[in-house]
Design a protein around this ligand. Structure first.
Ligand SMILES: Nc1ncnc2c1ncn2[C@@H]1O[C@H](COP(=O)(O)OP(=O)(O)OP(=O)(O)O)[C@@H](O)[C@H]1O
Ligand SMILES: Nc1ccn([C@@H]2O[C@H](COP(=O)(O)O)[C@@H](O)[C@H]2O)c(=O)n1
Length: 388
């Protein structure tokens, strides 16, 4: 999901955008930083640098392994950036890079034309504004020098290509007299929520007893309330899907082998399962998963594809990482420990621990093959399992 934040200089796009991204577990990109980088290094081909992993633009810009945000923040660079931002070829280059990096990810992206030009299909669009005097004072405090914000506003608003303006469907927030926290809270309150379904009902009703019965402890969490995610848990028991559902704040769509339909029948659909024929490229299932991700849902795919009861993870099938390599969604590796070799005698003495590892985004694995991606994620999961 893309959340676009546009607005004029000093309206708080970067500060509130980063805060929102942290609160909801998304990554953040400042497009202004890219224009600033282009002003500083005009000869660098941005897309090539990204593909070679030399330029990192998420959160703060890193160039050849070095953070350069302080340098980019200088007023002189900001002013030069707003001049080169008038040029069509520079805008096209920056926009291509933004679209390339963000494809299939969950991002908050700030700028002047994110909702109007770069991502007109963004899931939510905000336009932040504040009185000119307030913005000028904020900017001056940030850079420690007097700032002519009116001149920059004029250039950004009146330029012919992609002028800074609110998209027709943008939510406009005037934060002149708001704290940063109030602005973030207001934005989060405007994000689209999932519709209530049967699985969500079960999570409400059965979540607390299941958490109590298995003494579930989430040892590492990641916010998953919004956006599209693929969860790839290890599979030690038929109960791990139940334990996972009991700690999620949303419904998830479980990818299950088609044979389960014979046992569970229509209950499978009510529980949001997507059935898959194993060991073949099941195009129907791939299409169904792609559609769910486009609708910003959570999909659970077991990379081992069957249960390994003894706590030693089995070989990972590459299919789970197809959607990551095809840039459709980030993967959150999930490690579940404490359900191994479950028997009637040990059922009531379980202490289940669950870790949601840091998400792996399509851009992180650009250039890797599916089996390299699967090895990389398995290594992360095995290390986490052994340390839990
Ligand atoms: N309600 C608020 N929301 C966001 N930022 C605020 C708010 N109140 C004060 N600020 C302050 O405003 C300053 C300017 O914010 P920020 O740099 O995020 O603006 P910006 O819109 O990204 O500006 P630019 O486009 O020039 O980079 C920051 O120091 C921030 O702490
Ligand atoms: N989407 C964008 C983002 C920025 N610009 C131009 O870059 C200048 C620097 O941006 P900051 O947000 O870091 O201040 C800005 O003044 C704009 O001229 C842009 O055109 N489009």
């Amino acid at each position: 999901m893309i959340i676009a934040i546009d607005g004029l200089a000093g309206s708080g796009k970067t500060t509130a955008g980063k805060g929102l991204a942290k609160a909801i577990g998304f990554r953040f990109i400042s497009s202004g930083q890219l224009y600033r980088f282009k002003a500083l290094e005009p000869d660098v081909d941005l897309l090539e640098a990204i593909k070679e992993h030399k330029l990192k633009i998420e959160w703060d810009i890193e160039w050849e392994g070095k953070g350069i945000s302080a340098e980019l923040q200088r007023e002189e660079i900001g002013s030069r950036a707003s001049e080169i931002a008038l040029l069509r070829e520079v805008r096209d280059e920056v926009n291509n890079v933004l679209r390339f990096v963000a494809e299939g990810g969950n991002y908050v992206i700030e700028g002047r034309d994110i909702g109007t030009v770069v991502f007109p299909e963004a899931g939510v669009k905000f336009f932040l504004t504040a009185e000119e005097g307030v913005r000028a004072r904020r900017r001056a405090e940030q850079v420690g020098e007097e700032v002519n914000i009116a001149e920059r506003d004029e250039r950004d608003k009146k330029r012919e290509i992609a002028p800074a303006k609110a998209a027709e469907d943008a939510i406009i927030i005037d934060n002149s007299y708001q704290s940063v926290e109030e602005t973030i809270k207001e934005m989060e309150g405007r994000l689209p929520k999932d519709e209530f379904d049967f699985q969500r009902f079960l999570q409400y009703v059965l979540g607390p007893p299941v958490r109590g019965l298995f003494r579930i402890e989430v040892v590492k969490s990641h916010p998953l309330k919004y956006g599209r995610w693929i969860l790839t848990p290890n599979h030690t028991s038929a109960w791990d899907g139940v334990c996972l559902a009991a700690v999620l704040q949303r419904s998830a769509y479980y990818v299950a082998k088609v044979e389960l339909r014979r046992i569970l029948g229509p209950l499978l659909s009510i529980l949001n399962a997507v059935t898959i024929v194993r060991d073949t490229p099941d195009l129907k299932a791939i299409k169904a998963i792609r559609a769910l991700l486009t609708k910003e849902k959570i999909v659970v795919i077991y990379p081992e594809s069957k249960i390994f009861t003894d706590g030693i993870m089995g070989p990972f099938k590459e299919g789970a990482f197809y959607f990551l390599r095809k840039r459709m969604a980030p993967v959150v590796p999930v490690v579940i420990k404490g359900l191994e070799r479950i028997t009637v005698n040990t059922f009531f003495t379980r202490h289940v621990r669950i870790a949601f590892l840091d998400p792996v985004y399509p851009i992180d694995v650009f250039g890797l093959r599916e089996n390299d991606i699967s090895d990389k994620v398995k290594k992360l999961m095995v290390n986490a399992y052994e340390s839990m």
